[in-house]
Design a protein around this ligand. Structure first.
Ligand SMILES: *[C@@H]1O[C@H](CO)[C@@H](O)[C@H](O)[C@H]1NC(C)=O
Ligand SMILES: *[C@@H]1O[C@H](CO)[C@@H](O)[C@H](O)[C@H]1NC(C)=O
Ligand SMILES: *[C@@H]1O[C@H](CO)[C@@H](O)[C@H](O)[C@H]1NC(C)=O
Ligand SMILES: *[C@@H]1O[C@H](CO)[C@@H](O)[C@H](O)[C@H]1NC(C)=O
Ligand SMILES: *[C@@H]1O[C@H](CO)[C@@H](O)[C@H](O)[C@H]1NC(C)=O
Length: 751
């Protein structure tokens, strides 16, 4: 608030000492963003449960992006919403973040009013969840993955908090075309025809966008959108850390905003006026590769300008359960024919049925296209947003034990949820990432041999088998506690209100129809209890994969079909009914301005002291004799015409070290530098850019680490002389200090 406005309001308030209200349609708004890229080597990527899919480099960085809204600095409600470029939220991350926020801010940010949501990228380092089933393929808990996320969430919230200023929030909605299709349409068809008839599509296409505008400057400080599509444009064979299509959309949106709105053009070097190709080529020829220089850690912060940007653009997940970004459909890899409709298999083999993205067979291109479709729609909604949010900020939150909830269901009377369990359809995986051989989606039987194997791990109780029907229990994770629990029992549900916008934080992946039922039930409850406070304009969005992860939530009808989403609906056939019942209770309290007098005494367990992790830290390394870290192994290849052009791929290979010694957070492992006047090199692209890849691997002759930097020259690159530069760090032995190094390729001309 400007001093003049403050004075004016004080006069209006008549110096009565009452709280100064913020103008109608204004809130305190703050945005923040922090790098959360975890270990780029050895660590299993979270999502596909593919034990061979370990990180080996970075396509672009992962970030935690936050907005905070408050009614006023000292009074009224506020909440913080954090969007992670991660596969899902983790209960343990949430618990630790809340601890840290508590020691910084007291009870300003608590479980009640903080939401931490995952974008569902399947290309982020795993090992940060606390239940056994979710950390099997990462060989248990990975401290470095976990810390990177907790630090980033905390720091992005702190940044948003420190940025709080008075501003307006605009809301806009529109349909995103061709960025998601239903991957289990046979399950969707199980829903009642009358219900299906009231929707045009078997997926939700709507994107909801919030635009945050600073009142003093009139400039936007952020945009957050929600739209449902899986983060599975990158496949189960990808080894590079990536934000997948939503991370890409965020990268494109923030870059677009920076280049469109700021004179500094994101700090990119400016093109030289007239370009003489021969001169460029001659100049490039004088630049030799360098290597083995030591450098201070800060010099790795290549493209620093980006980090100073104030605008935060985030793409959040919604009711994503049955929505795939592989929009060309799923086909049998052997015959090229469509897969079995009900089972998504090929002649009974689940592993042969694989979905295709719009860039097929190039998954990076698919990621770009699906990211671009979300970015373009968001940019359009952002530019045309006029509907200003007004009214209360509010929230409700409760922890529930989903093991044995009593649920009233119309026509069925009192039913119950069950202890967590997955069925064989879970093991079959999906068309985005097929699972184990011998399973198919839709399986309602388990063969006697598998039953024997299962029983040797944990025989499900008879109660559990009856409760989960028609799901055959493959793993009774809710009854498995060795060495610690395999699945969560205590789950949070949360409602956030920002004027007419209602955000439902759900700890899992609701299918399309499950999400619709929840949204509609909550809206009806708000309207019925709100005495005019809520009406048809009340807009409900689902924030998927928030605060905790508990896999899927399908409808009762979809559950009967036992495809992947149903087989992964942990708490039995009435899981969705339980959510609707409990969300309705919170909605009723919110609408009536009540709080639950029976404040829940439940809280989720903190299993951090019991976590086991078998992945070893890198123990120290040295380059081969006569070679220094950062030396070139293979320099940039000769180009055909002496210079490169847009669309060409340029790469160089360096002697390097494991990137886990230092994650170079808010820094970079790779930079494309451009030669400016006076022999000065200026960073033009870094490992957060879509066009620049950092790949890590081991030389199979010497066992030493190698780093490859690969640049696909983008349209926006100006003609000039460039070089590829690598930054890294290493320890010689376990006990030595971390040292930093850099190296650069020879120069090359781009025309
Ligand atoms: C981008 O530029 C166009 C045309 O100058 C302008 O209308 C639009 O508001 C700008 N968008 C942003 C994000 O600054
Ligand atoms: C899929 O399953 C449904 C319900 O069991 C059945 O009616 C339908 O014929 C099956 N479709 C195919 C193509 O097998
Ligand atoms: C959840 O409920 C089940 C069944 O009532 C009970 O056995 C279990 O101890 C509860 N879990 C927690 C963490 O309270
Ligand atoms: C509080 O608990 C009592 C006893 O379990 C129950 O009857 C009542 O409905 C609860 N009230 C709310 C608001 O949940
Ligand atoms: C060494 O690595 C190269 C490139 O990754 C690979 O083609 C080759 O098969 C490997 N050789 C051995 C002996 O593993």
């Amino acid at each position: 608030m400007t001093p003049r406005l403050l004075l004016l309001l004080l006069i209006v308030a008549g110096f009565t000492g009452t709280e100064v209200a913020i103008a109608d349609g204004e809130y305190l708004i703050g945005t923040g963003s922090h790098d959360m890229t975890g270990p780029a080597a050895d660590v299993n990527l979270m999502g596909y449960a593919n034990i061979n899919q370990n990180a080996a480099g970075i396509h672009f960085r992962l970030r935690a992006r936050t907005f905070i809204v408050a009614e006023s600095e000292t009074r009224g409600s506020r909440f913080a919403f954090v969007n992670l470029d991660g596969c899902m939220a983790s209960q343990l991350v949430t618990v630790k973040v809340l601890d840290r926020l508590n020691s910084r801010f007291g009870n300003l940010y608590t479980q009640e009013n903080v939401a931490i949501s995952g974008t569902h990228t399947h290309a982020g380092p795993g090992g940060y969840l606390q239940y056994v089933l979710y950390i099997v393929t990462s060989l248990g808990f990975v401290r470095q993955s976990f810390d990177a996320i907790v630090d980033a969430v905390e720091l992005s919230v702190v940044q948003a908090h420190n940025n709080l200023k008075s501003g307006s929030i605009f809301i806009n909605t529109g349909d995103v075309e061709n960025a998601g299709i239903n991957r289990s349409p046979s399950a969707y068809l199980a829903n009642p025809p009358e219900e299906r008839a009231s929707y045009q599509s078997n997926v939700d296409k709507e994107m909801t966008l919030l635009k945050f505008v600073d009142a003093a400057t009139g400039k936007s400080v952020g945009a957050f959108s929600w739209y449902a599509t899986h983060g599975t444009s990158m496949s189960r064979d990808n080894k590079l850390i990536s934000g997948d299509n939503k991370g890409a959309a965020a990268r494109f949106f923030e870059d677009w905003f920076a280049s469109n709105s700021s004179s500094t053009a994101a700090g990119k070097p400016s093109p030289s006026a007239a370009v003489n190709i021969d001169k460029l080529v001659a100049k490039a020829g004088t630049v030799k590769a360098t290597g083995g220089e030591t450098c201070r850690e800060t010099t790795s912060q290549g493209f620093k300008a980006r980090k100073d940007r104030e605008f935060v653009g985030a793409f959040c997940q919604s009711n994503v359960g049955d929505v795939t970004p592989n929009v060309l459909g799923a086909f049998c890899v052997d015959t090229g024919k469509p897969c079995n409709f009900n089972r998504s298999s090929c002649d009974g083999n689940d592993q042969l049925c694989v979905g295709r993205g719009p860039g097929y067979p190039d998954e990076t291109l698919s990621t770009k296209i699906i990211g671009d479709r979300q970015f373009k729609k968001a940019a359009e909604l952002f530019t045309s947003a006029k509907d200003k949010l007004r009214g209360k900020i509010d929230y409700r939150h409760v922890y529930l034990n989903f093991t044995n909830l009593e649920v009233q269901v119309e026509g069925k009377g009192t039913v119950r949820t069950c202890p967590a369990a997955v069925g064989p359809g879970f093991a079959a995986g999906t068309t985005d990432g097929p699972g184990a051989f011998g399973f198919q989606q839709g399986d309602t039987e388990i063969n006697p041999f598998l039953k024997m194997v299962r029983d040797s791990i944990k025989k499900p109780s008879q109660y559990q088998e009856d409760c989960q029907k028609p799901k055959p229990v493959l793993l009774s994770t809710g009854e498995m506690f060795d060495p610690y629990p395999w699945a969560p029992a205590i789950l949070p549900v949360q409602i956030l209100r920002l004027g007419k916008l209602i955000i439902l934080s759900v700890p899992g992946e609701f299918t399309t129809m499950a999400g619709r039922r929840l949204r509609e039930a909550v809206k009806a409850t708000l309207i019925a209890n709100g005495e005019g406070e809520f009406d048809d304009n009340t807009h409900v969005v689902i924030a998927g994969l928030t605060n905790t992860y508990s896999q899927y939530i399908s409808t009762f009808e979809e559950y009967q079909r036992q495809r992947y989403e149903a087989a992964s609906t942990l708490y039995g056939p009435h899981t969705l009914s339980a959510y609707i019942q409990e969300f309705n209770k919170l909605a009723k309290q919110m609408a009536r301005g009540e709080r639950n007098s029976n404040a829940s005494t439940l809280s989720p367990p903190d299993l951090s002291s019991e976590q086991l992790g078998l992945l070893i830290e890198p123990l120290g390394e040295s380059p081969p004799d006569g070679i220094k870290f950062g030396d070139i192994k293979q320099d940039v290849a000769q180009s055909k015409d002496g210079h490169f052009k847009k669309g060409d791929r340029v790469s160089a290979n360096f002697w390097s070290a494991n990137p886990r010694y230092d994650l170079l957070t808010e820094g970079t492992f790779a930079v494309v530098e451009m030669l400016q006047g006076g022999g000065k090199w200026v960073p033009a692209f870094d490992d957060d850019d879509f066009c620049l890849l950092f790949k890590w691997g081991v030389d199979n002759k010497t066992g030493s680490s190698l780093a490859t930097i690969e640049w696909e020259i983008p349209n926006e690159a100006s003609p000039g002389v460039y070089r590829l530069r690598h930054f890294g760090s290493a320890k010689e032995t376990v006990v030595s200090a971390v040292g930093y190094f850099t190296g650069a390729s020879k120069g090359f001309a781009v025309a």
